[in-house]
Design a protein around this ligand. Structure first.
Ligand SMILES: CC(C)(COP(=O)(O)OP(=O)(O)OC[C@H]1O[C@@H](n2cnc3c(N)ncnc32)[C@H](O)[C@@H]1OP(=O)(O)O)[C@@H](O)C(=O)NCCC(=O)NCCS
Length: 214
């Protein structure tokens, strides 16, 4: 079994732990980190301390995996995840691709290291998902989509066929992006939005159809 540490102790981290546990016999979850050093254990998985403990854990073995357990609701969360992942790489942690057995991943799909796919998500033929992304519960990624690194596809999103999502973008819960649309890197698309055309500049977009608000 692969030893893995979850970095973060909030709601998203609990979802990550729960998804790791569903991959029976693959992972030995050593624990999670939290700002609160003595956070309560979750399902018997202990809090190891705050992120400062990672340096010590990294010295224990060359083969430890680490997975980000911090969710994304705003751009600052993405920046935080990018910085943390850099730190994990520098410490020598390896990344895991973690897919819930309750997700459907079709043929000819590539999913990058450090990405997690939650229950009920569907990723269809020919799609690729970059490193350290989150494909959240019940999201549908139709055929031939290109999803960048550090992207969050929030719960219940529908990406129609051949959609491109640039690095470090977040598509908010329940949104729909129609076929062949490209969304630039660094975009926040608000919950419940409809994207009918390309978004060429980073920014925050909301509504149906979307308009730029920031
Ligand atoms: C888009 C988003 C990031 C904007 O957050 P923000 O920068 O804090 O923006 P504010 O809340 O200040 O809202 C700014 C304006 O946009 C509107 N707005 C914000 N989000 C909106 C949305 N999803 N749909 C429509 N309008 C929205 C607000 O009503 C407000 O309008 P006003 O200026 O007329 O009052 C956020 O609202 C959002 O939708 N986040 C995604 C949440 C999500 O999917 N979470 C999944 C977690 S797993």
């Amino acid at each position: 079994m692969e030893k893995i540490v979850v970095v973060g102790g909030g709601g998203h981290a609990r979802m990550v732990i729960s998804t790791l546990r569903k991959n029976v016999h693959r992972f030995n979850i050593v624990g999670f980190t939290d700002i609160k050093e003595d956070a309560e254990a979750f399902l018997g998985i202990p809090c190891l301390g705050n992120d400062d403990v990672l340096a010590e854990i990294a010295t224990r073995s060359l083969n430890y995996l680490a997975l980000l357990g911090i969710g994304i609701v705003r751009q600052a969360d993405i920046d935080k995840r990018v910085a943390l992942q850099k730190r994990l790489n520098a410490l020598g942690f390896l990344s895991a691709t973690v897919v819930s057995p309750l997700a459907i991943v079709n043929e000819e799909v590539f999913i990058g290291a450090g990405t997690v796919v939650f229950d009920g998500a569907v990723i269809n033929c020919g799609s690729t998902v970059g490193k350290c992304a989150i494909i959240n519960s019940g999201a549908i990624v139709e055929h031939d989509c290109r999803i960048g690194e550090h992207v969050h596809i929030a719960p219940g999103v529908t990406l129609c066929g051949s959609v491109e999502i640039g690095d470090k973008s977040c598509i908010g819960a329940g949104s729909t992006v129609v076929q062949n649309v490209s969304i630039a890197p660094g975009c926040m698309v608000g919950a419940g939005s409809l994207v009918l055309g390309n978004i060429k500049e980073s920014g925050t977009y909301v509504g149906s159809p979307v308009r730029r608000i920031q």
